[in-house]
Design a protein around this ligand. Structure first.
Ligand SMILES: [Zn+2]
Length: 54
């Protein structure tokens, strides 16, 4: 289990979670990024930007 950095809820990582994977906190709905899997660590995902090169 990892802790949601936003609301503090315990979030269960999937067994095949990899670093960089994005998931959603089931409690607060924030998009989270897997920062580590051993031990499991979650961070707030950076906001998606769609202005690639333009
Ligand atoms: Zn949360």
């Amino acid at each position: 289990m990892a802790e949601c950095p936003v609301c503090g809820a315990e979030v269960e990582l999937t067994a095949d979670a990899v670093v960089g994977e994005l998931m959603e906190c089931p409690d607060c709905g924030t998009e989270l990024e897997v920062l580590g899997v051993d031990p499991p660590e979650l961070g707030e995902a950076p906001e998606t930007e769609e202005d690639w090169g333009q």
